[in-house]
Design a binder for this molecule. Structure first.
Ligand code: 2AM
Ligand code: CA
Length: 284
């Protein structure tokens, strides 16, 4: 079914227009709630937080998406039970859907809770398993990163291009620490110990989706992280691909929705980054 033939589209808005509208609306609302929310829940462990704002943001996005596209499927972080097994199962349940919206209503919830201004809304649309629209919105900087498959990626309406560093030595690389302290944390720490001495510097700012957007924009040379979910990565993966970069799993296989251990870069650093992680036993 082509976008034009979709008779149930309210006001016939394009997929990308709806994604942008959802991200902007949710982002603006989240911003008003900074330092001003009532309840904080512990999801999986004391490191895995969720607020009513995560839930409200997801509800807003879900109802807007389904108003425009009632036949589409929807996978959002807050609709899934905590823990890696439930996340893998939730993706498996909808992965074959023709149109699948993959949404992280706040990526960087820990930052949001602490008032550290580095979080975003991440919205992707996959068609038969392939991401065709990716939007990441940072409400604190009012930055909207948008990509359409085959049509490039943009921030502030300007085409994005990954950075040009040829080697790790001159590069700025990011990673992260997801909530799983049993498996993912030791693996990411091993990676940090191996990579930090080889790069210009390392950043761990707490939002995988925003880190990915920064790789697309050329602000970071690369990013890797073990133990992520589809909603952390789907939009950012298209942003990077459409900005001339490369996204794979930690074995170097091309990105797909099931990737949980990710390596992303300007492309030139990809092999060196994967090689260094592999040598350190840090690929998960
Ligand atoms: P979140 O804020 O949406 O939870 C930090 O390194 C990154 O890990 C963030 O993008 C964060 O997303 C993500 N993250 C946190 N807890 C996670 C979990 N239990 N599983 C997967 N990703 C997680
Ligand atoms: Ca989230």
């Amino acid at each position: 079914m082509s976008e034009q033939q979709n008779a149930s589209v309210v006001g016939s808005k394009s997929f990308t227009a709806v994604a942008i509208n959802c991200a902007a609306k949710a982002g603006e609302w989240i911003k008003t709630k900074l330092g001003n929310y009532a309840s904080l829940d512990i999801k999986y462990s004391s490191h895995d937080l969720v607020t009513e704002v995560d839930k409200g943001s997801e509800k807003l996005i879900r109802s807007l998406v389904l108003t425009h596209f009632p036949t589409h499927s929807f996978l959002g972080e807050e609709g899934v039970e905590p823990g890696p097994e439930a996340s893998v199962q939730a993706l498996a349940d909808v992965r074959e859907a023709e149109y699948l919206w993959i949404v992280d209503p706040i990526d960087g919830t820990t930052n949001f809770v602490h008032g550290f201004p580095f979080f975003c809304v991440s919205i992707a649309l996959a068609y038969k398993g392939e991401v065709i629209v990716g939007v990441v919105y940072d409400p604190m900087k009012d930055e909207l990163f948008v990509a359409e498959k085959g049509k490039g990626a943009y921030v502030h309406g300007k085409r994005m291009q990954v950075s040009g560093e040829e080697t790790l030595r001159g590069s700025l690389v990011a990673t992260g620490f997801p909530a799983d302290h049993h498996y993912a944390l030791p693996m990411n720490l091993k990676g940090v110990a191996a990579i930090a001495p080889q790069v210009r510097n390392l950043r761990v700012a707490g939002s995988a989706a925003l880190h990915m957007a920064y790789v697309a924009a050329g602000r970071l040379s690369g990013f890797w992280e073990i133990g992520l979910n589809s909603w952390d990565l789907a939009a950012g993966a298209l942003l990077i691909a459409e900005s001339g970069g490369v996204v794979t799993d930690t074995s170097g296989e091309p990105y797909h929705l099931g990737v949980r251990n990710v390596v992303a870069s300007n492309g030139k650093l990809q092999d060196e980054l994967i090689g260094a992680l592999a040598k350190a036993g840090a690929i998960g």
